[in-house]
Design a protein around this ligand. Structure first.
Ligand code: PLP
Length: 384
């Protein structure tokens, strides 16, 4: 059996080596390392893939989120609601801009932001909601867009983990993750579903004015050369990374399908296990049909119900199976983000999930033998 890895970037690279190496050589030959033609071409290709009017590439997913908020002209004191159970980048940029983060609980079955918790948290100061499409599945965008409209709020999708995922609205309309809110951010960090070989990110929007504003912000607030109209940042996707992403984008659906296949196999093995809860697929066809693209499994995350999560993680590691706990501490308990407004009883689900969740190896190169080995190891240990 091949050595099991949490993500297998090498194995994936082998499959596209020729294209990637050729594209990198082209950039080297052109020496257009910044804002080269590859960046513009990638932007156009991603716009087409996502069905959004504007993609604005930038340096990483954290910058992308920050720039979304700068572009919307959010101001100090404005409240921004986001999930307590996510990667810290989401809340970090809110705090960095002197906006007021308002963390709320998530749903037990999807791990995504809880709609009733958002509703409870809305005040006259609330300006935006940041749903994170956690682990590869869209948050409940029907309800979120409805709430946003009712209360006149912006929706900023944090799409770092769900590029290529689709949300099916109640009226049957399908849209790609990142194309639904007023603006969205994504990350091309190497281990993300569409990863480059360094740092990268992008902002998406269908709003022409916002896109124009943001294009200036990413470039030092400059709309005309050496005229700085607003305070901006320097945040660029470099040509080398764009070239790599161009080689990978045509494979994104196949990569996501491979992840989904691996997830389905895992879940099949775990069926009927009393101490394990497998991830739920919510949208559209519940993942039954072959072409379902509702969940792109950035992570395959189980809940372990019999308090053996930490011991299981250790057991897996001792047997050559890497695993991860995303995330071990709720954001409202992180030193940087504690706030007296938070009450423990407002976060029953996140407080529980941080004790129960474990993510198993998930990537495009997992084979049946590896999946069987991992699931057997988990099941044996959990029932011992
Ligand atoms: C990875 C990630 C980010 C940040 O992306 P970087 O490119 O690492 O800055 C933001 N939000 C979520 C949910 C992420 O998973």
């Amino acid at each position: 059996m091949k050595k099991i890895q949490m993500v297998d970037l090498k194995g994936q690279y082998e499959g596209i080596k020729n294209q990637v190496n050729t594209s990198i050589s082209e950039v080297l030959d052109s020496t257009a390392f910044i804002n080269g033609p590859q960046v513009h071409a990638f932007q156009k290709e991603l716009e087409e893939y996502l069905g959004v009017k504007h993609v604005i590439p930038c340096a990483n997913g954290t910058d992308a989120l920050q720039i979304c908020m700068m572009g919307l002209r959010l101001e100090p004191g404005d409240e921004v609601i986001t999930a307590d159970f996510t990667f810290a980048a989401t809340v970090e940029v809110i705090a960095l801009l002197n906006l007021t983060p308002v963390l709320v609980d998530v749903e037990i079955d999807t791990f995504n932001i809880d709609i009733s918790a958002i509703e409870k948290a809305i005040t006259p100061k609330t300006k935006a909601i940041v749903p994170v499409h956690l682990f590869g599945q869209c948050a409940n965008m029907d309800a979120i867009m409805e709430l946003a409209e009712k209360h006149n709020l912006y929706v900023i999708e944090d799409n770092a983990q769900a590029i290529g995922a689709t949300h099916t609205f109640q009226n049957g309309k399908k849209q790609k993750a990142g194309a639904m809110g007023h603006v969205a951010s994504t990350s091309f960090f190497p281990s993300k579903n569409l990863g480059c070989y360094g740092d990268g990110g992008a902002i998406f929007t269908n709003d022409d004015d916002l896109a124009h504003t943001i294009r200036g912000i990413v470039n030092h607030g400059m709309y005309k050369r050496y005229h700085h109209d607003v305070v901006g940042v320097n945040s660029r996707l470099d040509s080398m990374q764009a070239a790599i992403l161009r080689a990978k984008l045509p494979n994104l659906d196949v990569y996501n399908e491979k992840r989904r296949e691996a997830a389905k196999k895992y879940s099949k093995f775990f069926e009927g296990e009393p101490n394990i809860v497998t991830p739920k697929m919510v949208s559209g066809c519940e993942g039954i049909c072959d072409s379902c693209d509702c969940h792109v499994f950035h992570q395959y995350t189980l809940r372990v119900l019999n308090e053996k999560r930490d011991k299981l993680a250790q057991h897996l590691n001792e047997n050559g199976v890497p695993c991860g706990v995303y995330y071990p501490i709720p954001l409202h308990k992180q030193k940087a983000y504690v706030d007296e407004r938070y009450k423990e009883e407002d976060f029953p689900v996140t407080n529980k999930l941080v004790e129960e969740v474990i993510s198993l190896p998930m990537h495009t190169e997992l084979d049946d033998e590896q999946i069987e080995f991992i699931t057997k190891l988990v099941i044996e240990f959990i029932n011992k």
